[in-house]
Design a protein around this ligand. Structure first.
Ligand code: PEP
Length: 248
């Protein structure tokens, strides 16, 4: 499987800015062999049609940052996985720590969202990770394994229908990054658990996320169980996103 870099723009940018931004990205990517890696942009829902248009003819895939657990119905304000599919979305971030923390997403809801994404034929980028308090209490591994097991319960796993992102919460948007060794150790643990759930999941791509940038990407991406990165802040600038892509 190719290394995978996924940008998480969070609540940033305007749809009207995207055409120019994507042109900038395409120009900067000319220095990168795009055969070697996969790149996706996970944008707010409102941006998806304009982004799809701007990305036409490019290998860059379209991603969303969340999804409803329901396929349709009386759920005002929600956006369903089949709607995302219809817009050309390929990846959907599920269970990001900001959604767990600020929108009360628990393991059961994350699991329902993973199922909804699969049902629509899309690929979830399932986020797991411990808080600083959990790490300091020696619970990091237990928390990650609990989140993983809960989200994937009853899910048929295959290497190309799931991406897992290990994102220590204390590293997200803080400028603090896990050491290469700590990130590798947790990603190895995640891979072990996936294999235990089903041998077919041994090749699932496991991303590291948490203040990854050009200056620290190479070390993290060189780890044997880290297959790419989920990038927040550094993905807002085309130049810094390309710097990370070049490190793959
Ligand atoms: C994220 O939001 O998934 C993330 C990794 O953010 P940042 O790169 O800003 O830490």
């Amino acid at each position: 499987m190719k290394p995978f870099i996924a940008a998480n723009w969070k609540l940033h940018k305007l749809p009207s800015e995207l055409g120019m931004w994507v042109e900038e990205l395409k120009t900067a990517l000319k220095s990168v062999d795009m055969e070697r890696l996969e790149l996706a942009l996970c944008a707010p829902y409102t941006h998806l049609p304009a982004l799809r248009q701007a990305l036409e003819g490019s290998p860059i895939k379209l991603g969303a940052q969340d999804v409803s657990a329901h396929a349709e119905g009386a759920y005002t304000g929600e956006v369903a996985a089949p709607m995302l599919k219809d817009l050309g979305v390929y990846y959907v971030i599920v269970g990001h720590s900001e959604r767990r923390a600020h929108h009360h997403e628990d393991d059961a809801l994350v699991r329902a969202k993973v199922a909804a994404v699969h049902e629509a034929g899309l690929v979830p980028i399932l986020c797991v990770g411990e808080t600083l308090a959990e790490r300091e209490a020696g619970q990091a591994e237990a928390v990650v394994l609990r989140q993983l097991g809960a989200a994937l319960e009853g899910v048929t796993l295959e290497a190309d229908t799931l991406v897992v992102a290990y994102e220590p919460v204390w590293a997200i948007g803080t400028g603090k990054t896990a050491t290469d060794e700590d990130a590798q150790a947790m990603c190895r643990t995640v891979r072990g658990k996936l294999k235990e759930l089903t041998p077919a999941a041994g090749d699932v791509r496991i991303l590291y996320g948490g203040s990854m940038k050009g200056s620290n990407a190479a070390g993290l991406l060189a780890q044997p169980d880290i297959s790419g990165g989920l990038i927040g802040s550094a993905s807002l600038s085309a130049a810094s996103l390309v710097e990370i892509a070049a490190a793959c």
